[in-house]
Ligand binder design. Structure first.
Ligand SMILES: Nc1ncnc2c1ncn2[C@@H]1O[C@H](COP(=O)(O)OP(=O)(O)OP(=O)(O)O)[C@@H](O)[C@H]1O
Ligand SMILES: [Mg+2]
Length: 1107
């Protein structure tokens, strides 16, 4: 539910000055101060907003604030500029009323900021969309451009607008912005040439020099150093908080957004540069024959650069600074300019150039932002113009006069529109119109603008008059013509009352403005009004090739020479103010009056005197009076009833009838005197704020009671609700607890039941088991008994059957014997006595025959071990003998086939078997190998021819052996030859005999029991060969070599048999030492062959692979 609030809620001081009691200047300022101290910078005078400059950013312009004020009634929330903007925007959108927002105030009071706040609020609340956003952006971005060219740092404001600005924003029927038109007033162009102490020239000059790239500056022939330019004051070139370089970028960006072409921007910057250059042109006097001084350009460099920049012929401009052509009645006369005139001309040119450039910028922006659609627009105008400007000590000049005139006009409009509005409202509401006492300033406006004898008209007259015209002649004129005017004061006035007024200097006149008296010094009035630019200069400018420059000086076109003087500044301003006033009159006005709280530009300081000054000159107290002229306060019946209904029992809490009747009942009940209010059609009008405050006071008291009541009811309700909640909770908790307790109990019973159940089931089961076991045992016993019984029965039956069978057999045998006996007895008489023996022999013979034929399957191979099984037990002895005899026989047969050599070989094999069988593990593998003897083929191989021929006897064995070196156990190959009488060891490669040992010197041979081929040939001690020591050799044909050696020993009658020693450890005599050769079983890692290793001086270890 939307809560209706009112401006009257939570007020600090009074939010609306109309309600101020008592109303006077002091209370007014006190109220402002009070509010300012509480950060309430906005205060209303009816629908007028007074805005105090806080000089710091307040958190009151957030998007949330925008939303808060959006679509709310003006008096609903505390005063804010947004409320005014919203009111204006809504009545423009919804009621189709064109609006204008008039923002006035001193320099630095916050007018420009206020105008931006209004524009940004409207931008935030109006429609959205791509096109609309573009328009909004362009409108908003026109501000930085105009501020750069039209604002400057002054003593009062670091960003002071040096021109008046009126901007019409145009909207379509939906309230979406379409475009805008900007009008500018009175640019303070004198600033271009000269700035007061502590102030600066227009921002753009500093921005250009600080922010432009080196390249741009070079193109513009400029130097970054401010001090190089006469027109730039240096004492405040850098302003705290202003970043000129960044601002320059902002301005360029804004120009781009607004729609300036790159070439246009360049042209504008060139003109700015030209102004700077112009300021640097200096003159020197040159005496002429006629005794007058003529000016000459001192240093032509800047002139040259400026001319290059603008495409002006240097000589033309130079001449324009030295001569002046005066045309009168078709005659042309050339007069020379002295130095002072030349400087005047230069400055006039600079000022004109800059102010025309500024106006061109406004026109150019207007071109971009103008509304495209041709339909009727709704318009919201925003006027940001100086308020009354009053300098102390009569330093007010032509500019202040003009500005104050403008403010007089605005005040007139204010009075006119406010009263008109008031009157209209009264008529609308059917309230009787009582004449309002107020000061009408039309008379002052008339003093200034009257076409016959107004001050401006007289100034123009004076300016156009032939003859010597000075400011003093102008003052004289005023003194004569305006002497009688009640608002004009001058010392030399005919009106004798000011003759002795020392506060009024002779060179001044004073005007009693509606807001107070202002003293103007006439000095410069004529010049400033004339605003003269020599035609030679405008013509020189027109000759420029720079197109923008030509555009700015159209009067320089020789084809359009116009001898008429251009309109004066005063005239122009009056005309434009006239247009503005007409424009404003057609619109619904909204006022923002800006006040600055102090001169120091700092927050939190409120200088009473300064504020008082502004309040006075803005005519704010006057504003309140006008506003309060009839009824101070009015409110729709509904809101009034809503707000105060609690004051009367009949209207509280609900009034059922029409709101007006309700208010009537209410006010009567409250005993408000009838003269204090009037009933309109839709509103109640309250004459005196005091009445309202009384109502407010009563309302507050009543609200307190109501609050107590509400509190009471609320507390009751809260406690009841709390109690009910507790009760409900208790039921829930109890239910849960009971459930929990029951569950627990149930669980216990359940588990107890289970235990009991299991016990009973166990007991039952055991019973059944026992029963079953018993039954099983019974069955088993029965089975056993039955089995025994059956067994007994069966055995009995078997015994019986056996007995029966025996008996039957016995019967059969007896029967057979009996029959045999019978048969024999029968046939005895038919057989001879020896027939039995013959049958027996025959049978034996047949059996033997069959047996021998069965032996025929046996083969003749002595190796065949098969022999048929014996067929009959009685043949057992014969069967064995036969087998032996048969084997011997077939061996004899086999031997009979042998040749002599083969026989010798077998004999050798036999001998080998005798020596080694079951003694050396190598033996079985040698059985199948034939003993070849000559493995080297010594007879045939030509390599051994020499060795062979060296052998005296037949070589029985020739083989390659390894001679083991005692030092390391490694073998070296040797040829081993054996003859009947000796053995020889020869070199393998050369065949040279290394050792030849007669066999008689060989004492014994030692070999191991294992599968290696090592053998030691041990020599007899004392023999001739023994000196070299024993030989430890190894050969693959060890069995053959040893067998052959042994055979030679057995066959030779002259020698002892060679001892063959088979053991795994034997001694070998190497020269002097005896070395033990030990054979051990090595692992398979040794590979297939045995390896000999020397372990120490006395031990050679041969590891033989395991079989
Ligand atoms: N509402 C505001 N909130 C915060 N600061 C403000 C506000 N209004 C004004 N100011 C401050 O005051 C300075 C002066 O304001 P502004 O330029 O609007 O004054 P002005 O009335 O336009 O003066 P001039 O007539 O010289 O142009 C601003 O630069 C800003 O720092
Ligand atoms: Mg301003």
């Amino acid at each position: 539910m939307e809560v209706k609030t009112s401006l009257l809620d939570n007020m600090i001081g009074v939010g609306d000055m109309v309600l101020l009691e008592p109303l006077n200047e002091d209370s007014f300022i006190m109220n402002l101060r009070n509010r300012f101290d509480h950060n309430e910078i906005y205060t209303y005078i009816g629908s007028v907003v007074i805005s105090m400059n806080p000089y710091r950013s307040l958190p009151i312009y957030t998007p949330q604030k925008v939303e808060e004020y959006r679509n709310r009634n003006f008096y609903e929330l505390s005063p804010h500029i947004y409320a005014l903007a919203d009111e204006a925007y809504r009545s423009l959108r919804d009621q189709d009323k064109d609006q204008c927002i008039l923002i006035t105030g001193e320099s630095g009071a916050g007018k420009t900021e206020a105008s931006k706040l209004v524009m940004s609020y409207v931008a935030a609340v109006c429609g959205k969309g791509q096109e609309v956003n573009k328009v909004k952006e362009q409108l908003l971005q026109s501000n930085p451009v105009l501020e750069a060219f039209g604002n400057a740092k002054t003593m009062r404001n670091d960003n002071s607008s040096r021109f008046g600005k009126y901007m019409d924003i145009e909207f379509d029927f939906k309230g979406d912005p379409l475009g805008g038109v900007i009008s500018n007033y009175l640019l303070e162009k004198s600033r271009v040439c000269k700035q007061p102490r502590g102030e600066r020239n227009f921002h753009i000059f500093y921005q250009l020099l600080s922010g432009a790239s080196d390249d741009t500056l070079m193109k513009l022939k400029l130097d970054r150093d401010f001090s190089k330019y006469n027109y730039l004051s240096l004492d405040s070139a850098n302003v705290n908080g202003l970043d000129d370089a960044a601002s320059f970028r902002t301005v360029r960006n804004a120009m781009q957004i607004v729609g300036f072409m790159e070439a246009e921007v360049q042209s504008v910057l060139e003109l700015v540069a030209a102004v700077l250059k112009l300021g640097n042109i200096e003159f020197k006097p040159e005496s002429r024959v006629n005794g007058f001084d003529e000016s000459r350009v001192k240093d032509k460099n800047d002139l040259k650069e400026m001319c290059e920049l603008l495409g002006i012929e240097q000589s033309v401009l130079e001449r324009a600074f030295s001569y002046r052509t005066v045309e009168a009645k078709m005659e042309k006369m050339s007069t020379t300019l002295n130095v002072a005139q030349a400087y005047y001309a230069r400055d006039a040119l600079a000022k004109n150039l800059y102010s025309r450039l500024f106006s061109w910028l406004v026109t150019r922006i207007n071109e971009s932002i103008k509304a495209q659609a041709k339909t009727r627009h709704k318009v919201m105008g925003v006027l940001d113009i100086y308020g009354f400007e009053i300098f102390e000590e009569g330093d007010n000049s032509f500019e202040q006069f003009i500005i104050n005139y403008c403010n007089e006009k605005l005040q007139q409009i204010f009075i006119e529109l406010t009263l008109r509005e008031e009157q209209e409202e009264y008529i609308r509401e059917d309230i009787e119109w009582t004449n309002i006492e107020y000061f009408n300033n039309a008379v002052i406006c008339d003093l200034i603008e009257n076409n016959q004898n107004g001050i401006l008209a007289m100034l123009d007259e004076e300016c156009l008059r032939p003859g010597t015209v000075t400011d003093d002649t102008f003052l004289d004129k005023l003194n004569t013509i305006c002497a009688e005017h009640q608002h004009f004061e001058s010392r030399l006035n005919k009106n004798s009352k000011f003759l002795t007024d020392h506060s009024l200097p002779h060179s001044c006149f004073r005007i009693q403005h509606y807001a107070g008296k202002v003293l103007y010094r006439v000095e410069g009035f004529v010049d400033k009004n004339n605003d003269l630019l020599y035609r030679d200069l405008s013509q020189a400018m027109y000759k420029a090739t720079h197109s923008l420059m030509r555009q700015l000086f159209p009067e320089g076109n020789p084809a359009k020479v116009n001898l008429k003087r251009p309109p004066t500044a005063g005239f122009q301003f009056k005309a434009s103010v006239g247009v503005l006033m007409k424009n404003l009159q057609t619109k619904n006005p909204n006022y923002i009056r800006c006040i600055k709280p102090n001169d120091k530009k700092v927050a939190h300081i409120f200088t009473d005197s300064l504020v008082c000054h502004q309040v006075r000159y803005l005519g704010l107290v006057e504003n309140v009076r006008v506003r309060r002229a009839g009824y101070a306060f009015r409110q729709p019946y509904e809101s009034c009833l809503e707000r105060y209904k609690m004051l009367c029992k009949k209207t509280w809490p609900q009034w059922r009838g029409p709101a007006r009747d309700g208010v009537e009942v209410l006010l009567t009940d409250c005993s408000v005197p009838t003269e204090e209010f009037a009933y309109g059609r839709s509103k109640i009008f309250i004459r005196n704020p005091r009445t309202l405050f009384t109502l407010e006071e009563r309302r507050r008291a009543c609200l307190e009671d109501l609050a107590t009541l509400i509190q009471k009811i609320y507390r009751g309700w809260k406690s009841r609700t709390h109690f009910l909640l507790l009760k409900k909770s208790q039921v829930v908790v109890a239910a849960w607890y009971r459930r929990y307790a029951q569950q627990n109990k149930y669980q216990k019973i359940k588990s107890a039941t289970l235990v009991m159940q299991s016990f009973i089931r166990g007991w039952k089961a055991r019973n059944i088991l026992r029963q079953l076991k018993y039954e099983k045992r019974c069955k088993e016993a029965v089975t056993t008994i039955a089995a025994y019984w059956h067994g007994t029965q069966a055995r009995r039956e078997l015994r019986r059957l056996k007995e029966e069978a025996r008996r039957k057999h016995a019967v059969a045998v007896i029967w057979a014997y009996w029959l045999g006996l019978q048969v024999r007895r029968e046939y005895r008489k038919f057989f001879r006595a020896n027939a039995g023996k013959k049958i027996y022999d025959f049978t034996i013979q047949r059996i033997m025959q069959k047996y021998f034929l069965g032996l025929k399957t046996t083969t003749m191979s002595p190796m065949d071990n098969t022999w048929p099984a014996k067929p009959y037990g009685f043949l057992e002895g014969a069967h064995t003998q036969l087998r032996r005899i048969f084997h011997l026989w077939r061996c004899k047969k086999y031997r009979g086939q042998f040749t002599e050599e083969k026989k010798a070989v077998y004999e050798e094999k036999l001998e080998a078997s005798e020596i080694f069988k079951d003694k050396k593990a190598l033996y079985p593998s040698s059985v199948s190998q034939p003993f070849k003897g000559d493995y080297l083929e010594i007879q045939k191989n030509p390599k051994y021819q020499k060795l062979n021929s060296a052998m005296e006897e037949k070589v029985l064995l020739a083989d390659l052996v390894n001679k083991i070196n005692r030092a390391n156990g490694k073998g070296s190959p040797r040829l081993f030859l054996l003859t009947k009488s000796n053995f020889v060891l020869a070199d393998q490669k050369t065949g040279q005999v290394k050792a030849s040992v007669p066999l008689p010197d060989l004492a014994s041979v030692s070999v191991s029991t294992q599968s290696d081929g090592f053998f030691a040939l041990k020599l007899k001690e004392g023999s001739a060969s023994a000196s070299k020591g024993d030989f430890l050799l190894s050969s693959e044909h060890l069995i053959e070599i040893i067998t052959k050696l042994h055979r030679i020993g057995t066959t030779a009658a002259d020698r002892d048999q060679i001892n063959i020693d088979i053991s795994d450890e034997f001694l070998v005599q190497f020269k002097q030492d005896k070395v033990c050769v030990k054979f051990i079983q090595g692992g398979p890692k040794n590979g297939n062959s045995a390896a000999c290793k020397r372990k120490n001086n006395r031990l050679l270890e041969v590891s033989v692979p395991s079989p």
